[in-house]
Design a protein around this ligand. Structure first.
Ligand code: HEM
Length: 144
């Protein structure tokens, strides 16, 4: 389930870009960032970069994470940052992944799920990333 959650938030990170302001002039590689300039960390672009993930970057392949995040990212910590990196990363990360696993486990004990033919795939990045028309699912009870 961890692999499935990781692959889902790789392709569709709910927080799809983060803004940072430079506190004091800093050099990053060849670039000099003046004080107060703002820049966006485009995690969605990093998660969809074929140079980092390979030619199958747009495919849903949970097995990329079979040997953990470090192996999947070839030890590039910035390649997969759905909860961001460093001291200001998401404090809810463990809570939300545990909650997702519990909710999914409870649902999957009672139902199998298929996608409704009414579903239209249209991810919309508007503050957070969301399905523009919702996600219509069909629940099939496992027990009568
Ligand atoms: C799938 C769900 C979630 C995702 C993808 C997510 C992602 C993120 C990201 C990317 C940041 C960094 C934002 C930035 O640096 O600009 C962040 C920060 C934060 N998140 Fe989450 N988050 C999620 C759920 C939660 C939940 C459930 C909580 C609380 C229970 C939470 C609490 C926080 C807090 C307090 C911060 C600010 C941390 C700081 O600035 O020191 N998040 N989250």
């Amino acid at each position: 389930m961890t692999m499935i959650i990781n692959e889902t938030i790789r392709l569709y990170p709910p927080v799809n870009g983060m803004v940072r302001k430079v506190g004091r002039e800093a050099q990053l590689g060849k670039l000099i960032h003046p004080t107060n300039i703002e820049f966006t960390i485009p995690n969605m672009a990093l998660h969809h970069d074929p140079e980092l993930w390979g030619d199958d970057v747009h495919l849903f392949k949970p097995e990329r994470f079979a040997e953990g995040i470090a192996k999947a990212t070839k030890y590039n910590a910035a390649a997969f940052i759905p909860f961001r990196l460093g001291p200001r990363s998401c404090v809810g990360m463990s809570f939300v992944t545990t909650e997702t696993k519990i909710a999914l486990s409870m649902i999957l004990q009672c139902y199998t799920i298929t996608l409704s033919p009414a579903y239209v795939h249209s991810p919309l990045a508007l503050l957070t990333l969301k399905p523009q028309h919702g996600i219509q699912l069909l629940f099939h009870p496992l027990h009568e």
